[in-house]
Design a binder for this molecule. Structure first.
Ligand SMILES: [Fe+2]
Length: 223
């Protein structure tokens, strides 16, 4: 996971944990609704979002590989977060059952998608990896992110970092490196973040590649 310079993250070094082998992939772990089949045109997009997705098309063509695309999109997303009225209010509606995914836009060729994720206080994702590059920017609220690294030999999942992502913060990830994480709304109010994925989320339903059970902390050697 990379962050743009100047992002106001608070980080804490994590400790190592034993992993419980990951479960088979549930394609969507969040609240899924007809939103996934809507809004694929420009009809529900605000003017700042329309301009943003037009530029995504250009950035995608200009950048040669996923890493370069994610970096370029990160820069543009940061400026979008500073705009007013970024999302149609319908794309900020929560679900009391689980965090909610709103599909905001899908590229006509399926090369990228824009998704709004909405969390009520205490709602969280499972620990998961991703199917493609992803850029995340916080629009509203406070998102606590925990990142992990999987040791392919020992099967241990190690917590590597914790970050508090505030409004305006932008970060990105490019699988397979450093792309296992969990996100939770640790604030007292609703949290909304924008996600740009390098694939067709309308077709896949989710960017999640695989989920993992919570790791079991290693027992202390002290009595
Ligand atoms: Fe994620």
């Amino acid at each position: 996971m990379r962050s743009l310079p100047g992002a106001k993250h608070k980080r804490f070094l994590g400790k190592r944990f034993l992993i419980v082998i990951g479960r088979p992939i549930p394609r969507v772990s969040c609240s899924e609704s007809a939103d996934l089949r809507l809004a694929q045109g420009f009809g529900m997009l605000t003017e700042p979002m329309r301009n943003f997705v037009r530029e995504l098309d250009r950035l995608h063509r200009e950048a040669a590989d996923p890493q370069a695309r994610a970096e370029r999109v990160s820069e543009r997303l940061r400026s979008l977060l500073a705009a007013d009225d970024v999302l149609d209010p319908r794309h900020t509606e929560p679900d009391p059952r689980a965090y909610r995914q709103h599909l905001v836009h899908v590229d006509a060729q399926g090369r990228f998608s824009v998704v709004a994720l909405v969390w009520l206080p205490g709602q969280e994702t499972p620990i998961h990896s991703h199917v493609c590059w992803c850029v995340v920017g916080v629009l509203t609220g406070l998102e606590a992110e925990t990142r992990y690294q999987l040791d392919p030999v020992t099967g241990e999942l190690a917590e590597t970092e914790r970050a508090i992502n505030m409004p305006g913060d932008v970060c990105w990830l490019v699988p397979p490196d450093e792309d296992i994480h969990k996100v939770r709304n640790d604030g007292q109010s609703i949290a909304v973040s924008l996600h740009v994925y390098g694939t067709d989320i309308g077709r896949l339903g989710s960017s999640i590649n695989r989920t993992y059970r919570e790791p079991i902390p290693v027992a202390s050697s002290k009595a």
